[in-house]
Structure formats: C-alpha cells, structure tokens
Design a protein around this ligand. Structure first.
Ligand code: GRF
Length: 207
C-alpha cells in the first residue's frame, strides 16, 4: 500500500481530504507521518485525531535550509514513507530533500500554473482580473511551483469575488484534485516523460 508522508504548515484541509478519503476507502494509501514546521498548525490536530503519527520540525531550529531539509528526510525515512505530499507547506525544499525523494514529492497549488506562483495566488488572480482560476497538482522540483503538472481544474472567478470567496471555491477543487492525483500514484499510473535532455519533463497518467 502507498505510504505517504505529508508536510504541512497550517490549517490542513487538504490533509483532512486525504485522511477522509483513506478512511472512506476511496484512496488506497496510508499516511505514515505528518510533519509540520509550525508547532501550532491545526493540521497536527487533524492528524492526531485520525491516529496518524506527527512530528514538528521547526525551520527555526536549523542553521541552514539544507540542515532543516535533512531533518525532514530523516523523519520521513524513519517512517518508511515513499511519497511526500506538500499540503499547505509554506517553505521551499532544497536538493537535499528532493534528491531523497526523486520525483516523489507532490504539491497542491491554488492557481492554474504557470500563472500566479508563490504565495497569495488567489489574490494575484483577482488583482490580475482573470475570469478563470483553479488548482494545480504538480511534482516538485527546485523552483517555486514550477514542477511537472499532474492535474489541473478550473473554477470561475465571479465579479463579486473577494480573496476569501475565491479561496473557498478553489480549495474545494484542491481537495478533490489532490485525492484523485494520489489515487493515480497509488495505482502506479503516473509516468514521467523526458523527451530529450533539454525538454521539460512531463507527467502522463496511464489508463
Ligand atoms: C492551499 O490553498 C494550498 O493549495 C496551498 O496552501 C493552502 C493550504 O490549505 N499550498 P490547507 O492547509 O490544506 O487547508
């Protein structure tokens, strides 16, 4: 069975969607460990409530990003985790982490990438005036929200939207998209295509 590690920093509704899908047997996976870089993250309570192991690894306790990432790797390795989900994890991972889980780190981002990378993607979308927003699940590389795209789903932007209403509409879609993507991983259906040394790696979902 697919054994997941989840990295969180905040509320943890995406983590909750994963835990609920597992509990409902809609997702054939288990969560081996949830790690938060913030001790007060509500996501930790959600994990504990589901009987999942948790750890706090605070970036403030480490002298460098690499040292912090090495501590994360150690925690997930000890928990025998195969894939790592970034579910509202608000830090960038370095090579130290990514090379320990090559193309096995997945992120959910509240925008239709490559538009609106980084923080406050919903506000960026509203400020720009786009009429369609959405969510993207992608594999993580060293850039900010630049890795190969696994799945995307669009939602409309309404004339009277504010950041909160748009955030809520996108979040709903995030939960479904993340669970669906993890289902493909659990079924061994994700494949990375590298068409030439200079080409951007692409993800395909096998039938
Ligand atoms: C989500 O919008 C996610 O896309 C972004 O951070 C937010 C986390 O929400 N990366 P939650 O903690 O899962 O509720």
């Amino acid at each position: 069975m697919l054994r997941l590690g989840v990295l969180v920093s905040g509320n943890g509704t995406n983590l909750q969607a994963i835990l609920d899908a597992i509990a409902e047997r809609a997702l054939a996976a288990e969560v081996g460990l949830v790690v938060s870089n913030k001790p007060a993250a509500r996501a930790l309570d959600r994990a504990r409530k589901a009987g999942v192991d948790t750890a706090v690894v605070s970036h403030r306790d480490y002298a460098s990003r690499e040292a912090f990432d090495a501590a994360l790797v150690e925690a997930f390795a000890r928990a025998n985790v195969e894939w790592v989900v970034l579910a509202g994890f608000m830090r960038l991972l370095t090579r130290t982490f990514l090379e320990s889980f090559p193309w096995r780190v997945i992120n959910i981002h509240p925008a239709l990438l490559p538009a609106f990378v980084g923080v406050d993607a919903q506000k960026q979308a509203l400020d720009y005036g786009v009429k369609i927003a959405g969510a993207t699940v992608h594999l993580v590389d060293q850039g900010t929200d630049t890795g190969p795209i696994v799945a995307q789903r669009a939602v409309p932007v309404l004339d009277d939207d504010d950041v909160e209403s748009l955030r809520a509409r996108i979040l709903k879609v995030e939960h479904a998209l993340l669970v669906e993507s993890l289902g493909w991983i659990a079924q061994g259906r994700l494949e990375i295509l590298q068409q030439g040394p200079e080409a951007r790696p692409k993800v395909v979902v096998r039938p």
